[in-house]
Design a protein around this ligand. Structure first.
Ligand code: T5A
Length: 227
């Protein structure tokens, strides 16, 4: 597959959605051309998210995140996220990678490890197996971990006004999730890059731009152009 899957991860309110939007606007309005020259015209850009990147996923997202829905058992929750992902990978991600696209995705497999594994306490090996089934082994090419203090992130999410079912969980849960992302970062130094999300939107965007410039050139340009 010739495209690239780039994932934005982290605890609530870290600014994933904000930065993903800024990043796609920048790439579309000349950033991609800036990095790759005329090659940029041949590379589609796709923005998506989990849960909710497909028609089925939109319905699953409603079930999972509606703050008024009745409680969901952790194993049922795990399977719903996996079902969303299996559909997403087969219907959107894989075909777009074959098409050569750069895909910007709001959350992917690491969220399941952090939230359902570290947060809910479900066996990590089981989750890895389920992630494997859901993705048929497809990993991200790059994961940006937007690292923010849990309390600051939740406060940002609260100030925005709407709080979903996951955000209603207690602080201890979100701290365990944060610990999960920290572990994942330590275990996957090639795939994961930490971005300090405590700075202003503009500063965080500049850090992300820098990472993109380096990676895009490494991935897409001929070795002769680099030297
Ligand atoms: N989930 C997901 C699982 O449990 N398992 C899984 O396998 C998967 C895939 C997804 C939920 O599902 C869970 C995790 C989540 O709980 P979602 O709606 O996609 O739900 O929720 P989040 O991804 O958490 O989205 P949030 O909107 O809560 O957080 P973001 O996207 O990190 O933050 P964002 O960009 O919306 O920003 C939040 C607020 O902060 C401001 C923004 O303007 C906004 O008001 N902000 C900043 N303020 C100050 N400084 C900055 N640098 C700022 N950046 C943004």
């Amino acid at each position: 597959m010739s495209g690239k899957l780039i994932v934005f991860e982290g605890v609530e309110g870290g600014g994933k959605t904000t930065q993903l939007k800024r990043c796609s606007n920048w790439l579309r309005s000349g950033g991609l051309q800036d990095c790759l020259g005329t090659l940029a015209q041949t590379i589609p850009l796709v923005v998506t998210r989990e849960p909710g990147g497909t028609l089925l996923g939109t319905k699953v997202r409603q079930l999972l995140l509606d703050k008024d829905s009745s409680p969901i058992h952790p194993r049922a929750e795990l399977l719903l996220y996996a079902a969303d992902r299996a559909e997403h990978v087969e219907e959107l991600i894989k075909p777009q990678l074959v098409n050569g696209a750069i895909i910007l995705c709001d959350r992917y497999t690491d969220s399941t490890i952090a939230y359902q594994g570290y947060g809910r306490g479900i066996d990590l090996k089981l989750i890895e197996q389920l992630n494997q089934i859901a993705t048929a082994g497809l990993e991200s090419d790059l994961t940006l971990w937007l690292d923010i203090d849990v309390e600051i992130g939740l406060e940002r999410a609260r100030q925005r006004g709407k709080v979903d079912r996951m955000e209603q969980a207690n602080l201890a849960f979100h701290r365990r999730v944060q610990q999960g992302f920290q572990q994942l970062y330590q275990q996957n130094p090639d795939r994961m890059v930490r971005v300090d999300a405590s700075y202003s939107e503009e500063e965080v965007h500049n850090s992300i731009q820098k990472i993109f410039r380096e990676r895009l050139r490494t991935w897409f340009q001929e070795p002769s152009i680099l030297s």
